[in-house]
Design a protein around this ligand. Structure first.
Ligand SMILES: [Zn+2]
Length: 235
């Protein structure tokens, strides 16, 4: 009993300090939730930032300020991204099911897009640029069903600027038949005159029977023809 009281006393004394520390950490995110309206909780998070539900099932954003301290990612973008997961229903039962059944890539791109639009609307272009460059640096590496850094960067860019960027690696191609004039070479065998000196003996000596022989020769004949050919047209 005494032990419990002591613990309680300690807790009461230390509580304000604990809160102070918590508020100090949360201070770095003040204003960042202006476009989200959801509470931000700071604390150790191996995933850096996550969209979670509190014990009462209310949506919260759980962020690890120390993990973001090295500024490899934009803080505001990270927050907006997590906020998007809530806003877009990814944390609902249906959303969780979608993610479980291979929807990670889709949801991540959707959350990035929402965040990019918000940051663009709020004029946070430095952070948008920062995040895009960070993603580009991650390259084409794909892990755990997440989109690659390059894909994320392209998606953020297109969502922030309203430009359409194709995400699939290969362009959309279609095949069609078009008329094409081609020259077909065929061969004809025609008798051709070649000089000769066929002689015959006559009463007055040898005389030429004829001066040309007719020899069959293969002659190329070129005929222009219109043919339908298959061409591949890529957008
Ligand atoms: Zn995410």
């Amino acid at each position: 009993m005494k032990k419990v009281n002591l613990l309680l006393l300690f807790t009461l004394i230390l509580m304000p300090f604990a809160f102070q520390n918590l508020y100090a950490k949360q201070y770095v995110f003040i204003g960042y939730d202006s476009f989200c309206g959801l509470p931000i909780f700071t604390g150790q998070n191996p995933q850096i930032a996550t969209a979670e539900k509190d014990n009462y099932g209310r949506p919260i954003i759980h962020i690890d300020p120390t993990a973001l301290a090295n500024l490899t990612s934009s803080r505001i973008f990270t927050l907006a991204h997590e906020c998007a997961h809530h806003k877009l229903g990814h944390t609902s039962r249906l959303g969780e099911m979608e993610r479980y059944h291979g929807g990670t890539r889709k949801q991540e791109l959707e959350a990035d897009c929402w965040a990019a639009k918000q940051l663009s609307r709020y004029g946070q272009f430095t952070d948008l640029q920062f995040q895009t460059l960070k993603n580009l640096a991650d390259g084409h590496f794909i892990a755990n069903g997440y989109p690659s850094g390059v894909e994320r960067a392209q998606n953020i860019y297109s969502c922030a600027t309203g430009t359409i960027v194709r995400h699939d690696a290969s362009p959309r191609c279609s095949k069609k038949l078009v008329p094409k004039t081609i020259v077909v070479t065929s061969y004809q065998v025609i008798p051709t005159q070649v000089p000769c000196s066929h002689v015959r003996m006559g009463p007055y000596g040898p005389f030429a029977i004829h001066q040309f022989d007719l020899i069959p020769r293969k002659v190329p004949v070129q005929t222009p023809t219109t043919k339908m050919v298959e061409v591949t047209h890529c957008e």
